[in-house]
Design a protein around this ligand. Structure first.
Ligand code: URA
Length: 459
């Protein structure tokens, strides 16, 4: 067997055998296969596709290319949650403490953001003192004592995927369903969860721009999970507009804090949080123990956990347990509450040492916001310094945008639409222009916006 024959076979649209897929992944991991050969095979895969079996083999070969975590010491079913990436997606920060509060152990490995989409670890790292670098021993200890942990993927998890992803990024071979599904699932399976709830984003701010391809990705990932003997549910959710009203790391932590503390909750974000928690609950051993629990009961338990402040308490316990400075959270909440009550931007990073620019609505007619394009807002926050173009880029944790008005809101001349934060003064002018491009208005007051939940797919 050699790589040239494998490339030739895929070029002709033939199905690769399990041995050929493993040969390829091993060769990539130990660097025996050259980057140009890997790139050629990736392109052939993009053009000719892969069967479910090949995609599964690719996933498993990548899963076993490095460490595979064993979470059996926790002694309970571990349910993981994964988002395929979106703009303003702070869902994990809220879902995790809710699940821990309900008694479902949360043992999560999260990633950093790249390009226009953010990552949970960057958001958590914006909290002074917070350590996302957790040893294996502490990882298990935190799940057992606090009920939750969220750590960066510092271990040698799926190294083959790291190498393949870096090449895909520079050879226009990212957007293939089998390659995306195997990349995501290899890491999920390596990080040891028993069950997985996927939040597959769909829209302009996501990999999958239309419903058909988002559902196809969801189905492919479920297929892999089922073949690997794991339970998996996929929630397909809208990403045509930013989620919630903040984009940027510390700003999103502030929104999550406002949400958990019951000060301000974006309704679509609330619906997504409840839906994801519900699906996680159903996969957990709690559900197996209480088989007569109705879906109304589950929803009630989840909303009580949020509305009673119990999830907020758990969030604080989690932040403290991983070294985060709680006074930072207190200050965020105080600044947010104060500005919200006085009718200004609902979130203010009070000691932000950069430039702050407010954007007002200055058209003559009153109108309703019909669209706020997620991709453009993502590009805008990247420009402000909230994200990174390359892995090694530094990010400004305080940078980003707070949306005072969101889709469906009625605006009048002079209304404050948004506040932007950046250390790069010159970026603010360009970002303002992007904001104008991102927003579309309508004079139809009957306007109704799309639901956040597009579909829930399970087997
Ligand atoms: N996220 C991943 O981890 N891999 C992909 O290919 C796409 C999104």
């Amino acid at each position: 067997m050699n790589i040239i024959e494998i490339i030739e076979k895929k070029k002709q649209g033939k199905e690769l055998s399990t041995e050929e897929v493993y040969f390829f992944v091993e060769g990539v991991t130990n660097e025996e296969i050259r980057d140009y050969q890997t790139s050629a095979l990736l392109m052939a895969i993009c053009l000719k596709g892969m069967s479910h079996r090949e995609t599964y083999d690719l996933t498993m070969a990548m899963r076993y290319s490095g460490d595979v975590l064993n979470l059996s010491e926790i002694g309970r079913t571990v349910v993981d949650k994964h988002s395929t990436g979106g703009i303003g997606d702070k869902t994990t920060l809220i879902v995790e403490p809710v699940m821990a509060c309900l008694g479902v152990p949360v043992a999560k490995m999260s990633g950093r953001g790249l390009g226009i989409t953010g990552g949970t670890i960057d958001k958590l790292d914006s909290i002074p003192g917070f350590s996302s670098d957790v040893s294996d021993k502490d990882f298990i200890r935190l799940v057992k004592t606090v009920g939750m942990v969220d750590a960066a993927q510092t271990r040698n998890l799926a190294p083959a995927d790291k190498k393949l992803y870096a090449l895909r990024d520079v050879t226009a071979t990212v957007d293939n369903l089998s390659l995306i599904a195997s990349s995501i699932m290899s890491k999920k399976l390596a990080s040891g969860a028993d069950c997985i709830v996927l939040d597959v984003k769909c829209g302009s701010g996501a990999f999958m721009r239309d419903e058909e391809s988002a559902k196809a990705l969801a189905e492919e990932m479920i297929e892999i999970a089922v073949r690997a003997g794991k339970k998996c549910t996929a929630v397909v959710s809208d990403m045509n507009r930013p989620l919630g009203y903040t984009v940027g790391n510390a700003l999103e932590v502030a929104e999550a804090v406002m949400f958990l503390a019951g000060v301000k909750q974006d309704l679509r974000l609330r619906e997504l949080v409840i839906t994801l928690c519900n699906e996680m609950y159903v996969l957990s051993d709690l559900y197996d123990e209480k088989s007569d629990v109705s879906s109304d009961d589950i929803r009630k338990q989840i909303t009580e956990c949020i509305d009673s402040g119990a999830a907020y308490k758990k969030f604080r316990e989690f932040i403290k347990a991983q070294g985060g400075v709680l006074s930072f959270i207190d200050d965020l909440l105080a600044a947010s509450t104060e500005s919200y009550e006085s009718g200004n931007s609902p979130i203010m990073l009070s000691d932000y040492d950069g430039y702050i620019e407010e954007i007002y609505y200055n058209d003559d007619d009153a109108a309703v916001i019909a669209k706020m394009d997620a991709e453009t807002i993502g590009r805008l926050s990247l420009l402000l310094g909230a994200g990174r173009l390359r892995k090694e880029d530094e990010i400004d944790y305080g940078a980003g945008i707070v949306l005072n008005k969101v889709v469906g809101d009625y605006v009048e001349q002079g209304d404050l639409l948004a506040t932007m934060y950046s250390k790069k003064k010159r970026s603010l002018t360009k970002a303002k222009r992007l904001f104008t491009e991102a927003v579309t208005y309508t004079d139809n007051e009957e306007f109704s916006s799309e639901d956040i939940i597009i579909d829930i797919i399970k087997r």
